[in-house]
Design a protein around this ligand. Structure first.
Ligand SMILES: Nc1ncnc2c1ncn2[C@@H]1O[C@H](COP(=O)(O)OP(=O)(O)OP(=O)(O)O)[C@@H](O)[C@H]1O
Ligand SMILES: [Mg+2]
Length: 229
């Protein structure tokens, strides 16, 4: 039987066979403000609570900025950073370029040094913007995925998508990942409603319902018994 890794999102694990498959790669995709970064940090917090070491790599915001944005959640991230269990690392685009040329050795060393079990990369979009040409971009994303698999953590990577696009067109990155979780923040008349969809999860029987979701002061929640439609 495959080992499962709890997501830390209340209500979700029971709908995906107990959690994410250990060492799998998951894309967390959604529009601006849909909750991607919160989802990812909450996943790491679940690991921290089990005593696991976790790495959050930001391609977009500085370490201070990432921690600052999440300071209101009751996670005491600074404490985990101070104890070394959580590392939040910002890589500039130039550093990322170098990283890939060396096969991601620097990240590998970092993960190994801290014996990390969970990894977040926020975001693939920021990363892929380094490569204006489609072919180059695909190659770079492919090597990143290869590296992430080699590193052997249970990994989440965020991806920005256009929430207004009616017809979803599958992105090539989605084929690379073992799982894809979509976060929505849809307009309904005069307000917006959040929801979560498990688009795919290799090796798992998972719900095909779109689940109502909330971001509260204690983090993201989904309602496993309710449906959006
Ligand atoms: N304490 C809180 N209580 C409720 N909702 C919150 C709280 N803090 C943030 N939010 C909601 O979460 C949203 C931000 O979530 P998050 O940063 O995870 O989004 P994102 O998908 O990563 O966005 P981006 O694409 O800009 O990086 C805010 O726009 C706000 O609606
Ligand atoms: Mg974000």
């Amino acid at each position: 039987m495959v080992s499962r890794v709890p997501t830390g999102i209340p209500g979700l694990d029971e709908l995906i066979g107990g959690g994410l498959v250990q060492k799998s790669t998951t894309i967390v995709e959604g529009g601006p403000g849909s909750g991607k970064s919160i989802f990812c940090m909450q996943f790491l917090v679940a690991g921290l609570l089990q005593g696991e070491s976790c790495l959050f790599i930001s391609f977009e915001e500085t370490t201070e900025h990432v921690l600052q944005d999440l300071r209101d959640f009751p996670w005491d991230l600074q404490k985990s950073v101070d104890s070394g269990k959580l590392q939040v690392t910002y890589y500039t685009p130039e550093q990322v370029n170098q990283l890939l040329e060396t096969g991601g050795g620097l990240i590998h060393d970092q993960l190994e040094g801290m014996n990390a079990r969970r990894l977040v990369i926020d975001s693939l979009t920021a990363f892929s913007l380094l490569y204006p040409r489609e072919l180059e971009r695909r190659r770079a994303l492919f090597s990143l995925f290869e590296a992430v698999r080699r590193w052997g953590c249970t990994s989440l990577m965020t991806l920005e998508s256009d929430p207004e696009r009616e017809e979803r067109r599958a992105l090539s990155t989605e084929f690379e990942a073992d799982s894809v979780i979509l976060l929505y923040n849809q307009k309904r008349e005069h307000l917006r409603e959040r929801s979560l969809e498990v688009l795919k999860m290799r090796g798992s029987a998972h719900t095909n319902r779109i689940l109502p979701m909330k971001i509260t002061s204690s983090g993201i929640l989904v309602y496993p018994k309710e449906s959006v439609f």
